[in-house]
Design a protein around this ligand. Structure first.
Ligand SMILES: Cc1c2[nH]c(c1CCC(=O)O)Cc1[nH]c(c(CCC(=O)O)c1C)Cc1[nH]c(c(CCC(=O)O)c1C)Cc1[nH]c(c(CCC(=O)O)c1C)C2
Length: 369
């Protein structure tokens, strides 16, 4: 494709399956919508073939490649939503940090933030529209190429999760370097979290302007915080993001889009999350569906939460697990998903069985009413 054809008109094809958007808003549906975190990923042979020998972030910077990878899972499975192929770490890159993807090791920052003085290395003003323009182009292109089949979800990492990567320099079990900042340098921590929040708000708004029809905020590292730290260093920023993005969408004359907050392992914060300004709360598998409904009191739609490892089971067992999960959540205001992303060694056939089980059992449950 030549570069010129990337400048695309915004008159997108009409949406044919809006089940995901209706469930997010708690409206009537004919079946429960389903998608999977990391549905565009290494468990698909076509993904591995397409990505072979290419640098991860170079792929992220190519709108055509991101579009192709986003569409791959939709060719195999009748998912009710697509998530744009990208990564949460494009935000620290836009703020001036170098991030490399080491195959088999995950993301690494050659020069992580060590002490508060290092904050000076970050750009004070980030021009989000030019720095992350490649993501916006990928969204616009994909929104056209998806031909209105299903809605396209945009996403970002949440401030605390991004802060922890920027200090740890990569994945971590304890997150102790990043947590050291919270206890030892609370002011500098808040400064960094605010800086990240400002960039994230512009980034999410840009994604909506480019064509994203829903947004998910990944707070993947909630599990290493306790309730007190969560209330101080994560929740206020999650709230701020939802409030400011929604205000800006309104100011820009755009239609509101549902926002999903996924705070992995944040079971202790479920009540707070259900009052944080998001339409949907995503759940990991450590939360029982019925108790999640009680604890969120009908204030939000819920998304999740089958243990991804259940996909190592048989198709029959997957079907039983899905049935129990749907009965627990009920059919209203519910989006089926896994409790976290798909792993590379998972069998695509069982992913198909998961999707089919959600559609079949939910139609039966809805017809019984
Ligand atoms: C497929 C993929 C992605 N990122 C990485 C991979 C694997 C590497 C490859 O393909 O070469 C590296 C890649 N990127 C990251 C990691 C995790 C590293 C670690 O913490 O140990 C890896 C292996 C960082 C990352 N990246 C992401 C999160 C949040 C979700 C979560 O909690 O897992 C996180 C924490 C988000 C993400 N990342 C990606 C998507 C889009 C596709 C989709 O979901 O279908 C999304 C939404 C894409």
């Amino acid at each position: 494709m030549d570069k010129g054809s990337l400048i695309l008109p915004k008159s997108f094809p009409e949406l044919k399956n809006d089940t995901f958007l209706r469930a997010a808003r708690g409206e009537e549906i004919e079946h429960i919508p389903v998608w999977c975190m990391r549905q565009a990923g290494r468990y698909l042979p076509e993904f591995r073939e397409f990505r072979a020998g290419k640098d991860f972030f170079e792929t992220c910077r190519s709108p055509e490649d991101c579009c192709e990878l986003t569409l791959q899972p939709l060719r195999r499975f009748p998912f009710d939503a697509a998530i744009i192929f990208s990564d949460i770490l494009v935000v620290p890159q836009a703020m001036g940090m170098e991030v490399q993807m080491s195959p088999g090791k995950g993301p690494t920052f050659p020069e992580p933030l060590k002490e508060p003085e290092d904050l000076q290395r970050l750009k004070t003003k980030v021009d989000v529209s030019s720095e992350l323009d490649y993501v916006f182009k990928a969204i616009t292109l994909t929104r056209h190429k998806i031909e209105g089949k299903v809605p396209l979800i945009g996403f970002t990492g949440a401030p605390w999760t991004l802060m922890s990567y920027m200090i740890e320099g990569g994945g971590s079990v304890t997150h102790s370097k990043a947590k050291r900042w919270l206890y030892r340098y609370p002011e500098a921590s808040h400064k960094l979290l605010s800086q990240l929040t400002d960039v994230i708000v512009e980034y999410l708004l840009g994604q909506v302007k480019a064509g994203a029809q829903a947004l998910q905020v990944f707070e993947s590292h909630t599990g290493c915080l306790g309730p007190v730290e969560f209330k101080e260093f994560s929740l206020p920023y999650l709230r701020d993001i939802a409030g400011r993005v929604k205000d800006k969408i309104k100011e820009s004359g755009l239609d509101n889009v549902p926002m999903i907050v996924f705070a992995k392992d944040g079971h202790y914060g479920l009540e707070d999350l259900s009052e944080s300004g998001y339409e949907v709360v995503g759940l990991d598998w450590t939360i029982d569906p019925c108790s999640a409904r009680v604890r969120t009191g009908g204030k939000v739609s819920l998304q999740g939460n089958m243990d991804p490892c259940a996909l190592y089971s048989t198709k029959e067992r997957i079907s039983e697990i899905v049935k129990r999960m749907l009965e627990g959540f009920g059919t209203k205001g519910y989006i089926a998903n896994l409790g976290h992303g798909l792993y590379p060694d998972m069998d695509p056939e069982n992913v198909g069985a998961f999707v089919e089980a959600v559609h079949t059992h939910s139609r039966q449950l809805l017809n019984r009413k």
